[in-house]
Design a protein around this ligand. Structure first.
Ligand code: AMP
Ligand code: MG
Length: 422
């Protein structure tokens, strides 16, 4: 470098920086540092929706508990099924779901049966009502039914001892229904985690305040609130902290005393007011990474006592991208969840996308069906890291790998669905 040339620090605008790490490496480092929460509690099944299961759940009963009819019709002995001719059977009673037929059924007899009703003793087959003709106290049946047909066996859905739900799953509406079907009233889950967050920046104003020249509304606290709320963690909103060393230091100490995780936005690049790194180095352990990604290059990860710390960039889109790529998987692991990878799909991209090699890009896209019903992705409008509209308009990230030099229309790309990661 010539002596009179200004020394160039790698900046967020550069495409390639040899000191940067790839996103996979950053995530690996974070995962290696996170020790999952092992404290558990027992919750009523409905309250456990969205929480992470702390034990395997095995069935202690057969579902269904007894042999029952899968259809409305007539319960018979399979030995009474005719080969070719029409057969007449005596109708000797009725059984409904919850109201069993108490007597046993002999050859030449049948019982009217409704879906879900327990099969009467002596019967093993149900002739559906559409295939029987009622003639007085008898029914006529043909040869359309297979022996054993239209009967649900005991334990057919779940048998005693079957593994039903695995430790580390996040409980869905289907899961809590399944738990109820097994008779569980309470379920063991991992204790919830507390996540504190604040925004940094002298230029930030809260909604309701007046905006003087150079000031902007703090939107990151809203997106962060939304992303954390969707994860179901306990939220501690610490507001805006000015770019002041003492105030920041105090906020860090307060968060470390209360929360399992602290997430901040802004102040992690190499600007003059970026004290966060300095404070963390004094109070805990810290890694300061330039991640080869766009948007969202600078990322700080560390620990203050036992509290994990994520210092996200300030730009509104960068906050969301780095949250979804790094913080969300980390929080899931901390919450005891064992599956934390987002759903990826490969689809044709109908937009032309510009990109330079050397970083992974998370462009914002809309995944939809074209007029032929084919799934395609197109990019949302402007892609700047400050343009939050690009996230609001999108339903997926288009993930372009490190080496990609852009995309020509109809090229296949990887997309990460918001649905399922959010
Ligand atoms: P910083 O990382 O602090 O240099 O911030 C980068 C950019 O993001 C600046 O233009 C900030 O004004 C903007 N920014 C930082 N924090 C927020 C926030 N909480 N809400 C909206 N924009 C922000
Ligand atoms: Mg700032």
């Amino acid at each position: 470098m010539a002596e009179n040339e200004i020394k160039k620090d790698p900046s967020c605008m550069d495409d390639y920086d040899p000191n940067s790490i790839i996103p996979e490496k950053a995530l690996e480092n974070i995962f290696n540092a996170i020790i999952p929460n092992s404290e558990t509690e027992s919750l009523p099944v409905r309250k456990a929706l969205g929480r992470v299961l702390a034990n395997d759940i095995k069935s202690e009963i057969n579902v269904p508990t007894g042999r029952n009819s899968a259809m409305d019709g007539y319960a018979i002995k399979s030995s009474d099924l005719p080969e070719h001719e029409i057969k007449k059977l005596n109708l000797i009673g009725t059984c409904l779901a919850g109201k069993p037929f108490r007597d046993s059924v002999n050859a030449g007899e049948c019982v009217r049966i409704m879906t879900g009703a327990i099969m009467p003793e002596g019967t093993d087959t149900v002739v559906i009502q559409e295939q029987a003709i009622v003639v007085g106290d008898c029914i006529d049946i043909g040869n359309d039914t297979k022996p054993g047909g239209n009967v649900r066996q005991a334990g057919e859905d779940l048998a005693i001892g079957d593994l039903v739900l695995e430790k580390g799953m996040r409980l869905t509406p289907a899961d809590i229904g399944l738990l109820a079907s097994l008779g569980y009233s309470e379920v063991p889950v991992f204790k919830n985690i507390k996540v504190a967050f604040f925004s940094t920046g002298d230029e930030l104003r809260s909604v309701g305040e007046e905006l003087e020249d150079g000031a902007i509304y703090d939107s990151n606290r809203y997106t962060l609130y939304g992303m954390l709320a969707r994860l179901g963690v306990e939220i501690i909103d610490m507001g805006v902290v000015r770019d002041d060393k003492e105030l920041l230091e105090r906020a860090f100490i307060e968060a470390a005393g209360e929360a399992d995780v602290l997430v901040t936005s802004g102040g992690v690049s190499v600007g003059d007011a970026d004290y966060i790194k300095e404070i963390l180095e004094k109070q805990g352990t810290v890694d300061f990474w330039k991640v080869a990604m766009k948007p969202g290059r600078p990322l700080t990860f560390g620990k203050l006592d036992s509290t994990y710390f994520f210092g996200l960039p300030g730009n509104p889109v960068s906050v969301m991208v780095t949250f979804y790529q790094f913080v969300q998987p980390a929080l899931k692991k901390l919450m005891g969840e064992t599956v934390y990878s987002p759903i990826m799909m490969k689809v044709p991209c109908i937009s032309k996308l510009k990109k330079r090699p050397g970083r992974v890009e998370y462009q914002r896209g809309v995944l939809e069906q074209d007029e032929n019903g084919r799934m395609i992705v197109r990019k949302t409008g402007k892609q700047g890291s400050g343009i939050l509209r690009s996230m609001a308009d999108a339903n997926c990230f288009i993930v372009l790998p490190l080496e990609s030099e852009g995309v020509t229309p109809d090229e296949m790309v990887d997309v990460q669905l918001f649905h399922g990661i959010i």
